[in-house]
Design a protein around this ligand. Structure first.
Ligand code: UD1
Ligand code: UDP
Length: 381
């Protein structure tokens, strides 16, 4: 069967890689086509992941680029409609919750192949279905709701996602609890990450914290961004904070005139090795994995990083008011701290004193999720 795997933004590539590799084991059943929408396009937001994760060049590149939500979504929709009409896949696999996920699902659900019998359309599989923050102010929540409503096969990472879907009326027969493909990717790259030279390159000799920030509600608002930076300055008096900076965040910090006040892009060697903020460009997957594994503490507003730190057992503070991944809190090492500076500082210091939360690895986060997905697809299609 012809299966199009859709990736568009950074957090998609580590989710499609294990599925792509697993499909490759069944050439008699699958004719996989790798499609990149081009939502993310900088080398360090896109191509580096193909290299790190052993993915080939995409078969199809839509090149949609950045824009408002409507512009970006519309560009993906218009271009993928043409691709689907021409290639007539049997299956479209979408992952996660970005605009590319929404756009491809919407088109795949409504298309009818020209000239086909019974007005055929592709089946749609959504990987990482059922996650809910219950906060529709987040664009990703809208994307998740639409993708899940329209997909035929919903693959979930945890049982509370199954519960969310059932609660929304999704029939049990469409829901498959398979575990977490991000953990598959992590385990596949763990050995390679040991060879990463990123710690030496950055001159990290002592303990450090790792930071990522890119949520619009944090970085698009000057007041919130300033409050977070205040907190980071205080935490930075106790530990070096490595900050691979997302392009959205770099752009906003520049617009707000806040970037120069930070450490800038000076070579690491010129700074104190154990204090302050170390700004770097976003790093590839294996380097980031190495940075996470060795960190004393991770501060983030990322979705995927909450899960990866739970899997690795690294204390994580999430700078958001809610999470669509509550299992990382109930079972894992994650603590939701919001953006109140006092809370961020207190919780960070608690971890540095060795009083951080410990956790356990959620069920089926075992490196075999892609195998389970392919087994289900072989059975149902
Ligand atoms: C997107 C996803 C978000 C995900 C994040 C992962 C949506 C609605 N948002 O957010 O869910 O958590 O990716 O990183 O789909 N830019 C560049 N180079 C790039 C890509 C982006 O400079 O390669 C800049 C552009 O100025 C762009 C901005 O970043 O306008 C935002 O990019 P966009 O893809 O719209 O959203 P993200 O914030 O990256
Ligand atoms: N990541 C990376 N390099 C970085 C920052 C993050 O490889 O500099 C990886 C991280 O390990 C995780 C994914 O990117 O696998 C998360 O993506 P992101 O935070 O951009 O998106 P989200 O998960 O919030 O949608």
């Amino acid at each position: 069967m012809r299966a199009i795997l859709v990736g568009g933004a950074r957090p998609n590539f580590m989710k499609i890689a294990p599925i792509w590799h697993e499909m490759g084991r069944y050439p008699q059943h699958f004719d996989p086509v790798l499609l990149h929408t081009g939502q993310h396009y900088d080398y360090e937001m896109s191509k580096v992941f193909f290299e790190d994760l052993g993915l080939p060049e995409p078969d199809i590149y839509l090149g949609v680029g950045s824009g408002t939500h409507a512009q970006q979504t519309a560009r993906v929709m218009a271009t993928i409609e043409k691709v689907l009409s021409e290639t007539q896949p049997d299956l479209v696999i979408v992952v996660g919750d970005v605009n590319s996920t929404l756009a491809c699902t919407l088109v795949a659900a409504k298309i009818r192949y020209p000239g086909s019998a019974h007005l055929r359309r592709p089946s749609i599989a959504h990987i990482e279905a059922g996650l809910r923050s219950f906060d529709r102010r987040m664009p990703e929540e809208i994307n998740r709701l639409v993708a899940d409503t329209l997909s035929d096969y919903l693959f979930t990472t945890c049982e509370d996602a199954d519960e969310n879907l059932r609660h929304e009326g999704v029939p049990q027969g469409k829901i498959f609890f398979v575990g977490n493909v991000m953990v598959d990717a992590l385990l596949n790259q763990k050995e390679k990450a040991k060879e990463s030279k990123i710690l030496q390159v950055l001159g990290l000799r002592a303990d450090y914290a790792l930071l990522t920030l890119h949520r619009p509600e944090n970085v698009d608002d000057r007041g919130t961004m300033s409050r977070i930076l205040d907190a980071l300055a205080q935490v930075g008096e106790h530990i070096k904070i490595v900050f691979p900076i997302h392009p959205r965040t770099r752009k906003r910090l520049t617009e707000f005139g806040l970037l120069n006040g930070l450490s800038g892009y000076q070579p690491a060697a010129f700074r104190s090795p154990d204090q302050g903020l170390l700004l770097i460009d976003p790093v590839g997957y294996t380097d980031f994995l190495r940075l996470m594994e060795e960190a004393r503490l991770v501060l983030t507003d990322s979705g995927g990083v909450q899960e990866e730190t739970t899997f690795l057992g690294i204390p994580c503070l999430t700078l958001r008011r809610n999470t669509e991944r509550p299992i990382t809190i109930t079972q894992g090492t994650n603590v939701l701290v919001g953006t109140d500076p006092e809370r961020i500082v207190n919780e960070s210091l608690k971890i540095l004193r060795g009083e951080g939360k410990t956790g356990s690895v959620p069920r089926l986060w075992d490196g075999k999720a892609a195998r389970r997905i392919i087994n289900v697809l072989l059975e149902v299609l």
